[in-house]
Design a protein around this ligand. Structure first.
Ligand code: ADP
Length: 175
């Protein structure tokens, strides 16, 4: 029987995969909110944990495991470790979109530049920017690391199960 246009399922539509790459040191509820909102837009979100090329790479695996535990019940989130260029990771995992969060004008300037570079390097790779939820717009991994370095409890900034144990003090990026 021929399907009516309303009920026909597009079987050959490629999965819409978005890549969210970052150092996630640590992965915060700000990052989690972008992943969750991304799941509304995409079939799959791949979280790629990397580290700045001149920083030690040893902790990325631990961080990725902690993030994977957060999404153990969500099969549409995949967590990988990769220290490669973002456009190359996107190609590898079949992502045609990059998913990023924007907290401020300062973030926006940076993200726009990166989006342009990645569109070029990734042959049309598009970046989707989601504005941070107002109550999360001041939250960054750096702030969480700073607070933790004074021995304070940072659990309110971290998803469950906690990604805090995987926090490394070696990565001092300023975002
Ligand atoms: P990077 O390693 O590139 O600095 P981060 O780990 O800082 O990456 O963050 C990855 C992405 O998550 C970035 O797009 C960043 O803007 C976004 N992000 C970080 N914190 C928040 C937040 N509180 N709300 C929304 N987006 C956020």
């Amino acid at each position: 029987m021929q399907k009516s246009p309303e009920t026909a399922q597009p079987t050959d539509t490629p999965k819409r995969i978005a890549l969210m790459a970052g150092s996630f040191n640590p992965f915060t509820i700000g990052h989690a909110s972008i992943v969750e909102r991304g799941l509304e837009l995409f079939d799959e979100v791949v979280v790629a944990v990397g580290q700045h090329p001149d920083k030690p790479h040893t902790d990325a695996r631990e961080r990725a495991d902690a993030i994977a535990a957060v999404y153990s019940g969500e099969p549409r989130v995949r967590v990988i470790v990769s220290h490669r260029l973002t456009a190359d990771i996107a190609r590898e995992v079949g992502a045609r979109f990059l998913l990023r969060g924007v907290r401020s004008v300062r973030d926006f300037e940076y993200e726009r530049d990166m989006a342009d570079v990645n569109r070029e390097l990734g042959e049309g790779l598009e970046t989707v920017l989601l504005t941070a939820l107002p109550h999360l717009s001041a939250l960054s991994s750096t702030v969480v690391r700073d607070i933790a370095s004074y021995g304070k409890d940072v659990s309110r900034y971290l998803p469950r199960p906690s990604t805090g144990q995987s926090m490394s003090s070696k990565d001092n990026n300023t975002k």
